[in-house]
Design a protein. Structure first.
Length: 155
């Protein structure tokens, strides 16, 4: 009887996981957290293993899509690395997609700065500091932010 209950629970977990994956990619950790709210945690791991085996769940695919989407929205590599870590993506896997050269972070920084501040130079320290804070909060490394600030400083 417990075998049938376990199979029923595993089937319910798989259905719930597939519903979540149909809406968007998830990391294994995200799925585990969401499924644990309503299902037996002891049953979740084997179901997730099976979904990974069938290539329905992939942290690599998630990381690739996430970096692509978030960089298009103007977020830099430091922020993306932190967000991926929070979502359970391994550091090496995150680095593979952040550092692969698909995104030129200096070009992206210039695009983000241009959208936010235009091409007017910063005329005082306060304006320069505001630009620097904004770009750092977006997740761009200080070295790139510093290069940008040197170019737009007009005082």
């Amino acid at each position: 009887m417990t075998d049938a209950i376990d199979r029923d629970e595993a089937a319910a977990i798989e259905r719930a996981a597939l519903r979540l994956l149909a809406s968007r990619e998830h990391t294994r950790l995200e799925l585990r957290r969401k499924l644990a709210r309503h299902h037996d945690e002891g049953q979740i791991g084997p179901v997730l293993d099976e979904l990974e085996r069938r290539h329905l769940l992939s942290d690599a695919r998630f990381a690739e899509n996430y970096v692509s989407q978030r960089s298009r929205r103007g977020y830099g590599p430091l922020r993306l690395r932190a967000e991926l870590t929070d979502k359970g993506v391994d550091h090496a896997l995150a680095a593979r997609y952040i550092d692969d050269g698909a995104v030129d972070w200096s070009v992206l920084l210039l695009e983000v700065a241009m959208r936010k501040f235009g091409d007017d130079p910063a005329t005082d320290r306060q304006a320069l500091a505001r630009r620097g804070r904004f770009l750092q909060q977006r997740g761009f490394p200080f070295s790139l932010v510093g290069q940008y600030l040197d170019r737009v400083r007009a005082f």
